[in-house]
Design a binder for this molecule. Structure first.
Ligand SMILES: Cc1ncc(COP(=O)(O)O)c(C=O)c1O
Length: 400
């Protein structure tokens, strides 16, 4: 089946957060949106066809999830991640963030403390604070362009009796690490020893670059499976964030029953008609599209890396092992967080996700979304190049 990832699709007037909200959020309609983790590619054809067929039926009453829905997901996880999961372990929520909020409400109390490893996906901070829990930081350490877990600090903070949970980002957005089995084992053991529940957000589990392997945290051992909740969604893999569906894997019956209880209290048990159709067909028939997408992203990454190395010596690419997000070290531009934001938005007319929004360790960095046609990526990079060339930063340097 032919897929044309080079095709530029106009996304304006589709209620797209990335495109239609750009002017409101960034105050300028000419800004090129390369922020939020949402791709500018059309979904796999079998997904689009299945949604059309479902729409043709014309009746959209209360919708449940069939055995086929679960089997498509279970087979995908087995095939892509070599992990055998059972249907009864899966609990569905309208998105991963909902699952994280449910987990926090179910397994911790107000005032309890929850570990996150910054710089990390901004809503982790928000969901903890909105639920009146406290954040405990275990910032990642940057070592020669590679981020690592600070195990010594983790041991110290996890030992605190009011620390009840860690929200792990596996693979890690925004720094692109695909944590190895050894790294996860070390982290998991510290959590087990200190009674800290691991909520493993595996939103980006499928998007892994050549040479890296994603390890689902709970697949490592029965003990880890028993002390964890794994949150997954088709939103990143197949660009289906808008259908608001997530599959959460909870092997431990006691944890699962409590989680289910909260789903029931919130009346979240049913699903969106088109979401169910989309997700089942994506996991069942979307693989060919997905493999081609991965190749395209690898090429985009190579293009971006070469462009930056050749034309933007002040910016360093942190090589991602996974995700379609790239973390750029802009500290050599010599700007503080606000100046860098202004520079990118007002001068380069680019919307990236600014590093400081990802918490401690993010200042001086920015995150670019490369899940777009090459032409869009090149346009974005050229805008930065032009802005740097015209700015006093480089002029000043050259005249020194
Ligand atoms: C690590 C991570 N978790 C969760 C989400 C959001 O997932 P959902 O839309 O399913 O709530 C994202 C989206 O970018 C993400 O990067």
């Amino acid at each position: 089946m032919g897929y044309d990832f080079d095709k530029v699709i106009n996304r304006y007037n589709t209620n797209s957060v990335k495109w239609d909200k750009t002017e409101r959020l960034f105050g300028d309609k000419d800004i090129l949106p390369m922020w939020i983790a949402d791709m500018d590619f059309a979904c796999p054809n079998p997904v689009v066809d299945a949604i059309k067929e479902r729409a043709e039926h014309g009746i959209f009453g209360y919708t449940s999830r069939s055995r086929n829905y679960f089997e498509a997901f279970i087979d995908w996880v087995e095939r892509r991640h070599d992990w055998s999961i059972k249907k009864q372990w899966i609990r569905c929520t309208p998105g991963i963030m909902t699952a994280l909020s449910i987990a926090i409400q179910t397994f911790t109390n107000e005032g309890d403390r929850i570990i996150i490893q910054t710089p990390v996906y901004t809503p982790f901070t928000e969901v903890i604070e909105k639920n009146n829990r406290e954040i405990v930081l275990n910032p990642l350490k940057l070592d020669h362009k590679k981020y690592k877990v600070d195990y010594e600090n983790l041991k110290e903070v996890a030992a605190n009796t009011d620390v009840k949970m860690i929200i792990l980002c596996n693979p890690h957005n925004p720094v692109g690490r695909v944590w190895s089995k050894e790294e996860l084992t070390k982290l998991g053991q510290i959590c087990m020893e200190n009674d800290v529940l691991v909520v493993s957000d595996e939103a980006h589990m499928d998007i892994v670059h050549k040479g890296s392997i994603h390890t689902p945290f709970a697949s490592i051992s029965e003990e880890f499976a028993d002390n964890s909740i794994t949150c997954t969604a088709p939103s990143k893999t197949f660009n289906l964030a808008g259908v608001q569906m997530a599959n959460n894997i909870i092997p431990n019956k006691e944890l699962r029953d409590s989680f289910t209880n909260m789903i029931d209290r919130l009346y979240l048990g049913l699903s969106n008609t088109f979401g169910v159709t989309a997700v089942e067909n994506a996991y069942r028939y979307g693989e060919e599209w997905f493999d081609k997408f991965l190749d395209y992203i690898e090429d985009n990454l190579a293009f971006l890396t070469e462009f930056i190395e050749t034309n933007l010596e002040e910016i360093k690419v942190i090589p991602p092992e996974g995700t379609y997000l790239v973390w750029l070290d802009c500290r050599e531009l010599g700007m503080d967080a606000k100046a860098l934001e202004d520079f990118l938005q007002k001068k380069a007319k680019i919307a990236f996700d600014e590093g400081y929004t990802f918490g401690v360790g993010g200042e001086g960095f920015t995150r670019v979304n490369i899940a777009c046609p090459r032409q869009t990526l090149e346009e974005g990079l050229r805008r930065i190049e032009k802005a740097v060339n015209e700015s006093l930063i480089r002029v000043g340097k050259e005249t020194q």
